[in-house]
Design a binder for this molecule. Sequence first.
Ligand code: ADP
Ligand code: MG
Length: 723
Amino acid sequence: MLNSHSGVVRSDGSHIPISEYFGELTFGLGQMRERLPRDAYQDLVRSLDQGRKISKQTADAIAKVIMDWAVKRGATHFCHWFQPMTGLTAEKHDSFISIQHSNHSELKVIERFTGSQLIQGEPDASSFPSGGMRSTFEARGYTAWDPTSPLFIIEGPKGNNTLCIPTVFFGYHGQALDNKTPLLRSVQTLSTEACSFLKLLGDVDVKSVMATLGPEQEYFLVDKEVGSRRPDLLMSGRTLLGAPTARGQKLEDHYFGSIPPRVQAFMEDLEHELYRLGIPVKTRHNEVAPSQFEMAPIFENISIAADHNTLAMETMKRIAARHGFMCLLHEKPFAAINGSGKHCNWSIANDKGENLLDPGHTPHQNLRFLAVAAVVIRAVNKHAGMLAASIMSPGNDLRLGGNEAPPNIISVFLGSMLETIYDSIGKGEAARATEAQIIELGVSHIPDVAKDYTDRNRTSPFAFTGNKFEFRAVGATANVAVPSCVLNAAVTDAFTECTARLKTQIAKGVARDEAVMALIRELINENKGVLFSGNNYSAEWREEAKRRGLPIIGSAAEGLAVWNNEKATEFLVSTKTLTRDEIAARYHIHMERYVKTSEIELETTLQLVREYVIPAVEQQLARTYGVTKDAKLEALKTSMGHRLGALERTMTDLLQYSEGLHTSLGKLNELTEEPLKVDLLVKETKPLAAKLRRAADQAEQEVAHEFWSLPKYRELLFHPSMR
Ligand code: ADP
Ligand code: MG
């Protein structure tokens, strides 16, 4: 049963439970254990544990079972699947077939897949961005199999399927050329540093710590026929023009409203496909804006979750097309209504599977919980600038609205439960606390509170939500590997610092639990500045944040500067997440992407105005001139005069601003230094385009509908099939 169109019903009409087809398109360590010869599997596990190379023999044995499995499922090709720094995924397909010469020199085609083809690929990668890390004579990038992430099959439209091998992508000297490698590195150091800390806390037998991630994905669905008549959606994934509708999201009736049947059909198909790919999606619902929806997976190991999120995004687009939809993953597809985020729910768990941010059942677990949460607060406060920089993009710049998390000032929301506890600890009320006294503080009630944890702040960029932190300011298109590795590294750095501080205390002879309480108190008092439970949009908060000395990263352009700031990025080096060279490369790549994305948007805006808006206003003007000329009634003459005046003003604005934008784009083209381009974009080109857009949106409201050939927001967002 591998036909994705067959739904979840057997030929006899009975329903197939999800558990029966979950992961049927994947091949992971479980299947390898089942199918590999014992010694080959043991060699693989040993290599994984010790981080050493797999022997050629083992690699060949693994390749063989993988190929057998894949070919049976219709795979004709394989590809090394990786995540270049452009934020998308990349793949290069190769056929399984190989030519064998038989005795009579006859050609014979066989399926062949070797261990070396599995383990290492050498894509012609000179065109992937490397930020200057590879000079041309060594312009190669290599891909290497990441055995911790399951292989998977993507079905071709004609049944020629492709086996995808999750890989990391690196240069000749081992420089990370992708987003996955730094994430994997950060996971490792986080585990080491968290273990040292936990051992001091009394968890002497802790072996490893794993970061977990559950990324909620918001998106818009637009009818494909209507959407594809918008060149801006096709070019940049968002609308560059468009006057707001009367309805907007005023009624907020879409949120958790009933899902339209057409969308429900898409969601069912999507979920079916994601289950087959082993992606555990759990919830689905409407979001705040019209035609906006959300999908949330069950959390997983952070690096798997990151792979799964990119794969899910690709699958969403593919399945949407099948249903006649365009799936918009942009942070702000429409002005004046909510944009889309990707709330990254993050936590850490020990090797027993205990969530370290879950208030526990014993006094020790509670103390550990309070300590670990305080370490995270410390991490966010110390590295707020870089955390903000990790999520800034031209798209996320636009994502500021009533119900969204502003990404430019990173603060932490704790909720009243945790706030109260930390408050009393901070005031020293438990200065000489023993475990018993912590219970007196009310900590013993935490498990009950956590169960119905309803305290939410929708404007907080980084919120504690009962048993995890939710990094809410991440944008919908982001590759979660980027903010994830920065967050991991920040927390790792804080663990290292706190371990040292705790050691000093214990060396002085302070009893363990007392030392831990003292550390929590210090951490809370020192990092109070990052805690904020009010409205993150208020002007007062901006002022207050300034007073508190929190970094305010106004835009993606300012975020770029953080990547270029040695002091701000030092922890990425010390936690072995990125080298100096790799950070510099990322700075250049982000800058290049900022410039290119902006250029595409600005050029498309200009084209739209010239090809659609101005001609429409010309038609309207011609008609209005006629009516005005023929008007007999004095009152009508006057009114038509006003109307004409307004139209002429709009037309003048359109012509002047488009001329200005054209000139500014020309200047931009002549600049060779990227930082100068960013500067011009921010100071001149973008503000001009914003004025031009205002004029175009004004025109939309002054011109007859019949002259306006671009589908309007009304048609895009309130399509009859979406009710
Ligand atoms: P809400 O919309 O209220 O934030 P959702 O149910 O939509 O809640 O999403 C919560 C997300 O948090 C899910 O993806 C869930 O798997 C994830 N999550 C829950 N526990 C953890 C954890 N320990 N670590 C990481 N993510 C978690
Ligand atoms: Mg949510």
